[in-house]
Design a protein around this ligand. Structure first.
Ligand SMILES: [Cu+2]
Length: 181
């Protein structure tokens, strides 16, 4: 009887462990899902630049920015699914240094958009007047924070601007182009 009890407890333990493992396997972290969607990892730096760790097909990179490469443009096909994962790496508090990446429609006056957004702190620095021009945007991210956006590239070919709308960052050069061709 004692042996049977022991066996039962052991069995229950094994089942519990198996259940734990199963749960982990069925709920992988977002980072490791490979669903075939092209994913571009972008970092926002204290130099107010969008940078990437390495050159890649479909990206136009500029010079060296510290240990990173300046990201100048992203090439995409009309209607392509695209994922952008923006991470802020900073030595400053979020109130002094945060980044977003807001992609705007063709023909948008990005200078006016960025200037109007300076006073829109309560709206994650996206000027309400320009919200209908924004195709997609990440959240405003402080040091260590990451936001991922997945969207369908517009069908209309052309050069779409993306910009960080944190005050001063557009003027500091925190811009790039999504080139749809
Ligand atoms: Cu920024």
């Amino acid at each position: 009887m004692k042996k049977l009890l022991f066996t039962s407890i052991l069995f229950a333990l094994i089942m519990a462990l198996a259940a734990c493992g199963g749960e982990e396997a069925s709920q992988p972290a977002e980072e490791i899902v490979d669903d075939g969607v092209r994913t571009i990892e972008i970092i926002g730096t204290d130099d107010m630049k969008f940078v990437v760790r390495e050159a890649a097909e479909g990206l136009r990179t500029g010079g060296q920015a510290g240990q990173y490469l300046l990201l100048e443009a992203i090439y995409a096909e009309p209607g392509e699914e695209l994922r952008i994962r923006l991470t802020t790496i900073s030595n400053l508090p979020p109130t002094a240094m945060s980044h977003n990446l807001a992609l705007v429609d063709l023909g948008t006056d990005v200078d006016a958009f960025a200037r109007a957004s300076i006073t829109a702190r309560d709206n994650e620095y996206i000027a309400p007047d320009f919200e209908d021009r924004v195709i997609v945007t990440t959240r405003m991210l402080g040091n260590g924070e990451t936001d991922t956006i997945t969207f369908t590239v517009p069908e209309e070919t052309g050069e779409y601007d993306y910009v960080c709308t944190f005050p001063g960052h557009f003027a500091g050069g925190m811009v790039g182009k999504l080139i749809v061709q």
